[in-house]
Design a protein around this ligand. Structure first.
Ligand code: 9Z3
Length: 325
């Protein structure tokens, strides 16, 4: 008969096998060497520098391709607004931010795009020069100023992804580069990550033909990388994940479960329809509701303040632990 320890070891082995096969069968990351270099350079420039703290903000949904030469894919809901907004507040607070985002999702400092056409912001003068319309001058000036300050100050690195393969490969690279930062590193995982995927080797190469009738497809579970991130990839980093549900009755229970199961430091629980107005910050010491109000029109403003406070406390405790051995 198996001992409980034996069963746990078997589970771990099975999980390790799924992780191995996910990465081994993933298509190689396009321009992977360059991506790694950029990330490592950004982190080493900020290490011990003015910013000192580096956060990886993930944003937008990952896709699951159904064909190797992809025409169709399954998508995960996320506009990327949460990640883009949070990035601005982190930079404002002095953090260096690696913005790991879905291509085409909302971007920091220009969140009016893609909903409003940016052509509406400009007009052509009589001399054929282009100028910003008076009605948009204030916001455009502020956006350009803040964006330039973030980029020129070396506080913002944007790294795009589309598929679940790209996302997890890049996340692993970021985590490896963040490891030396210890407790000064942070992960703010707002991206909506696919739970199921089609393994590359069992995926059709060409566009699936509709003439064949109903489509049967077997999706494999994506190994949950959150526990790997905590245990192996960057064990000292402060980790915040998000829990999204549409049924508010199960939201907090699921957030509690995620906190324990993946060893997150914080889980931010949000319900789809109210996510822009209200979130609940769940930690092992309790739950705090964060809401918009008259002074804080964006829930991220208060949320980031609170998380930074918790991160500071975590750094202090980690340093005490290091001194006490
Ligand atoms: C979130 O819960 C984000 O807050 C939203 C933000 C995606 C709701 P928007 O991008 O929305 O501003 O439109 N992100 C995490 C979603 C997720 O997939 N979480 C997994 C889960 O709930 C855990 S990794 O199981």
């Amino acid at each position: 008969m198996d001992s409980p320890g034996g069963a746990a070891a078997e589970d771990q082995q099975e999980f390790a096998g799924r992780v191995k096969s996910f990465f081994e069968s993933a298509p190689p990351l396009v321009d992977g060497e360059n991506v790694s270099k950029k990330i490592a350079g950004f982190i080493s420039r900020n290490r011990g520098g003015e910013a000192d703290r580096v956060v990886c903000v993930t944003s937008g949904g990952t896709t699951v391709p159904l064909e190797q030469r992809c025409v169709r894919y399954i998508d995960n809901f996320s506009s990327g607004h949460r990640g883009a907004t949070s990035t601005e507040y982190f930079v404002k607070a002095g953090y260096a931010v690696i913005f790991l985002h879905r291509r085409g999702a909302y971007q920091p400092y220009c969140r009016y795009l893609p909903e409003d056409s940016f052509l509406d912001f400009f007009e052509v003068t009589e001399g054929s020069a282009i100028r910003v319309c008076e009605s948009h001058a204030k916001e455009v000036t502020r956006a350009i100023r803040d964006y330039r300050a973030a980029v020129d100050g070396g506080l913002l690195l944007k790294v795009p992804f589309t598929s679940i393969f790209e996302y997890l490969q890049i996340l692993q690279i970021v985590a490896g580069s963040m490891k030396p930062l210890g407790s000064f590193g942070m992960f703010y995982l707002a991206a909506a990550v696919s739970d199921f995927y089609v393994p590359w080797e069992s995926m059709a190469e060409h566009k699936i033909q509709s003439a064949g009738g109903p489509l049967d497809m077997r999706l494999a579970p994506v190994p949950k990388m959150l526990s790997l991130l905590r245990k192996e990839w960057a064990p000292m980093a402060f980790c915040i994940s998000f829990k999204l549900e549409t049924d508010s009755d199960i939201l907090l229970k699921k957030a509690d479960m995620a906190l324990r199961k993946y060893g997150m430091h914080v889980v931010v629980a949000n319900e789809l329809s109210t996510r822009k107005k209200e979130v609940v910050v769940v930690t092992d010491t309790g739950k705090v509701k964060v809401r918009t109000d008259e002074q804080h029109r964006e829930v991220e403003e208060k949320l980031i303040d609170l998380l930074i406070e918790q991160h500071s406390h975590y750094i202090e405790e980690s340093e005490k632990d290091a001194v006490n051995g």
